[in-house]
Write a protein that binds this ligand. Structure first.
Ligand code: PLP
Length: 429
């Protein structure tokens, strides 16, 4: 596979975009601000590869930030979306596909009810509203470095793009005065917050396994202890599975680890690359939502037939064989990255949660956001650009997970393995 040649057309598109779209992108991390250089405008994808406007092809380790667990344009998904599209793109009425997808989610996760929305942000926003309504309390606990979408009260010490751009908390946000931020993986600090705010905490929200400060798995028992603390204090636990759900196992991190919660949020994989997300939990809680109950939530395009078709088609192929393949390829790539960085003498830590992983450019173990921030971002920048030049598309940020897909073939794995030593030497400089 040839190294990347001209990127002139991407440059022209970025110039055009910057005249009509803030920063030239519709989601900040896409702009390459933290790694420098110009973003690549993609025009097509097939399997584990995508092609930019200049005709360069990349092996994709971002997978649209998680959703494309089967790779690009999987025929089963495309057939399902096409079949749905020819029947009509939206009705504003209930449709059979929503029921099919909801039944699939319930069967996989064990939640009793799910409500479909369009994005992970909407899912966490409404789960929060429901937790506040159910408890009659307003304060919430979240963890530094965990990202739950751009929901106002959750944009405090958020990871992902906010961390990537090293932004302080965003202007224009209200409601974070009710948000208490705790260090990730520190159960004692959560216990202390509960003690200091007795009877006031509505919920704790946590990523099932953190993937938005780079990948940082919860310590053994951390999520379970959170559930216990919530129960003992009359608060609810929201496990945000938008990233981990149906990615790390058939039924997400909860299935992988045995963790439980009162409410769960899902997104990414369950939409198969189209905008679909959901939140769910016990019937008694979920039935507080309108029209069964008084808590309002709605969406013009919620449960959209194309998105439900893509999600269901994707989940139909998310079987044991797929997860075995994802685990194996993630293991191979992680080991290859470690070998290359070790050989080049670059301090690093490979960090994983199931098949999600990332590499921190630091000599110390990372268990929280402070640890993630101690990494050498400049080294990642050099590493990223060398991989990109060799046709491997890594996340354009040191604070994001690397996402493998079932479409990664031997040739792609070899291409990544061949590129890694060059990237490691670039990071060593
Ligand atoms: N929750 C988690 C854990 C996420 O990783 C994300 C997005 O990356 C979200 C919520 C927000 O989802 P969306 O970007 O679909 O709004």
């Amino acid at each position: 596979m040839a190294d990347i040649q001209s990127t002139e057309k991407s440059r022209e598109l970025f110039d055009r975009a910057a005249r009509v779209v803030p920063g030239g992108v519709n989601s900040p991390v896409r702009a390459f601000r933290s790694v420098g250089g110009d973003p690549r405008f993609m025009v097509s994808g097939e399997g584990c590869r995508m092609t930019d406007a200049d005709g360069n092809t990349y092996v994709d380790l971002v997978s649209s930030w998680g959703p494309l667990i089967l790779g690009h344009a999987h025929p089963h998904v495309i057939d399902a979306v096409t079949a749905a599209a020819v029947k009509g793109t939206s009705f504003g009425t209930p449709t059979p596909g929503e029921v099919d997808l909801a039944e699939e989610l319930v069967a996989r996760t064990g939640v009793e009810r799910v409500r479909m929305v369009n994005s992970g942000t909407e899912a966490t926003m409404t789960a929060l509203r429901l937790a506040r309504a159910a408890t009659g309390r307003t304060k919430i606990i979240k963890f530094a470095g965990c990202y739950h979408g751009h929901v106002d009260p959750l944009l405090a010490a958020a990871g992902s793009g906010v961390a990537t751009l090293a932004l302080p908390d965003s202007p224009g946000v209200v409601g974070t005065d009710e948000t208490i931020v705790a260090p990730y993986n520190d159960i004692d600090s959560v216990a202390k917050i509960f003690a200091e705010h007795d009877g006031q905490i509505a919920c704790v929200i946590t990523e099932a396994a953190a993937g938005n400060m780079g990948v940082v798995a919860p310590r053994d028992g951390f999520n379970r202890k959170l559930a216990e603390l919530c129960r003992a204090n009359g608060a609810l636990l929201i496990l945000d599975e938008v990233m981990t759900g149906f990615r790390v196992s058939k039924n997400g991190w909860a299935g992988f680890s045995g963790d439980t919660a009162d409410l769960f949020t899902y997104g990414k994989v369950m939409g198969g690359g189209l905008p679909a997300a959901a939140f769910g939990g016990r019937a008694e809680l979920m039935d507080m939502l309108a029209p069964s109950g008084p808590v309002y939530q709605a969406g013009t395009l919620s449960g959209n037939p194309l998105a439900c078709a893509a999600g269901l088609a994707t989940l139909q192929l998310c079987d044991d064989d797929l997860y075995a393949k994802l685990d194996a390829v993630s293991q191979t790539l992680g080991e290859a990255a470690v070998a290359a960085l070790t050989e080049a003498g670059v301090p690093h830590r490979l960090s994983r949660a199931g098949n999600m992983f990332s590499v921190f450019f630091t000599a110390d173990d990372v268990s929280d956001f402070a640890g993630a921030q101690a990494q050498n971002v400049a080294a990642y920048r050099a590493f990223f650009h060398e991989m990109l030049a060799k046709g491997v598309y890594l996340p354009p940020s040191a604070y994001e997970a690397w996402f493998v897909s079932g479409a990664l073939d031997d040739e792609a794995v070899a291409q990544i393995a061949d590129a890694l030593p060059y990237a490691a030497r670039a990071a060593a400089k």
